[in-house]
Design a protein around this ligand. Structure first.
Ligand code: 164
Ligand code: MG
Length: 371
């Protein structure tokens, strides 16, 4: 039994090495919370809030994460002992949606539980491999020349697949230039919902470039229109922003809105929900892969653990710490060698929290104790 006695919200602000630009805008810093849960025996588990500062990607923000965690989720964790972290998804159903807030707390309890079981988290959740193939996601660049240079440097670091951000006006010719320079590389594009079904002619032109997939071309609630688009495209559609729940996965599969799903633990509300989605995707022959949220080390470690599940067959967007940060908050940092991250075999997330780095980036600490 886990009796959580204390929860600490470490409020951190970290600057990215380079701004990340998508069809929605720029991300330059990460203002977020590391959630530390501490139990009766003094064990700590860690989770990370992954919402951005503005609600462009999902409806959540770093501030709504804090509000929901502090006012609603932490009281639910403290009120009663937990026999297994998979119970929390159900306990959190008293709070609607707010998946990123839920995932940060639930994943921290999984880390704590795995540490007490003396097992790596990826093994505890049923991971099938201990080396993860890693691709890299490259934001929109000021010019094609700069984009080609960035791709060159990432390929030299061994990444196994390149994902480009596209938006109307920065699409067919951009991909043509990249394909010309790199005819063989595994390549995909992500539109972050920048298109409408009426843009079909443009999207069909992308079929000529042998892309692994087109990620989230249409709006986040357009299951029917994605199905119509998929019927008229050869390139597989991958859904990202559309998928928040198990039932979204059922809808996408039933309507044939996509052939591939990008799973982010935070977007679907935690590790238990990822396990259920993985099970359903396996039964229905839908390929999964683990997306990234430009996380810091704790969130990244959780992403890597879910990427070890058997149905996650395509390279993950889990680039190395040095891709984002001058200094990360875990030790060792995430390293990519020959296109893979080797999962640490230590208990829990397998990476130590770098307490000095945590203090360095900390702007506030909220401590909530069981009454
Ligand atoms: O490197 C990563 O962590 C992935 C970056 C990335 O592509 C994304 C992060 C967050 C929001 C989006 O812009 C995007 C995605 O849509 O997958
Ligand atoms: Mg995406």
């Amino acid at each position: 039994m886990l009796a959580i006695e204390k929860v600490i919200l470490h409020h951190l602000v970290m600057d990215y090495k380079h701004p990340f630009v998508t069809s929605f805008g720029r991300v330059e810093q990460k203002d977020f919370y590391i959630i530390e849960v501490i139990d009766q025996d003094g064990y700590s588990g860690f989770g990370e809030t992954e919402a951005f500062e503005t609600p462009w990607y999902t409806e959540e923000t770093s501030e709504t994460n804090r509000h929901v965690i502090e006012s609603f989720l932490v009281p639910l964790v403290l009120e009663e002992e937990i026999s297994h972290p998979s119970e929390l998804a159900q306990r959190f159903q008293k709070v609607r949606r707010n998946n990123m807030a839920k995932a940060a707390v639930e994943s921290a309890v999984w880390d704590l539980y795995a540490k007490k079981q003396n097992k790596p988290l990826y093994q505890l959740i049923g991971g099938a491999k201990n080396a993860i193939d890693v691709g890299v996601s490259i934001g929109l660049q000021p010019s094609v020349k700069q984009l080609l240079n960035v791709i060159e440097t990432k390929l030299a670091k061994g990444y196994t697949r390149v994902k480009l951000k596209i938006k109307p006006g920065n699409d067919v010719e951009l991909v043509r230039a990249v394909r010309k320079a790199f005819p063989e590389i595994p390549l995909m594009v992500d539109a972050n919902s920048a298109y409408q079904l009426s843009d079909i002619k443009t999207l069909q032109q992308l079929d000529q470039f042998n892309l692994q997939m087109i990620e989230q071309p249409l709006a986040n609630d357009d299951f029917v229109e994605h199905a119509s688009l998929q019927q008229q495209l050869q390139t597989p559609i991958c859904l990202d922003e559309s998928i928040h729940t198990y039932s979204d996965v059922q809808t996408a599969i039933a309507l044939e809105s996509c052939k591939i799903i990008n799973v982010k633990m935070s977007r679907v509300g935690g590790i238990k929900n990822v396990q259920d989605i993985e099970d359903y995707a396996a039964k229905n022959g839908i390929a999964l892969w683990c997306g990234g949220m430009l996380e810091a080390g704790v969130g990244r470690a959780h992403s890597l653990a879910i990427a070890s599940l058997a149905q996650f067959t395509l390279p993950a967007d889990t680039a190395a710490s040095e891709n984002y940060w001058e200094r990360d908050i875990i030790q060792p940092t995430v390293q990519v060698k020959n296109g893979q991250v080797h999962l640490p075999e230590k208990p829990g997330i397998g990476y130590e929290i770098d307490r000095e780095a945590l203090d360095y980036f900390s702007v506030e600490k909220v401590v909530i104790e069981k009454k």
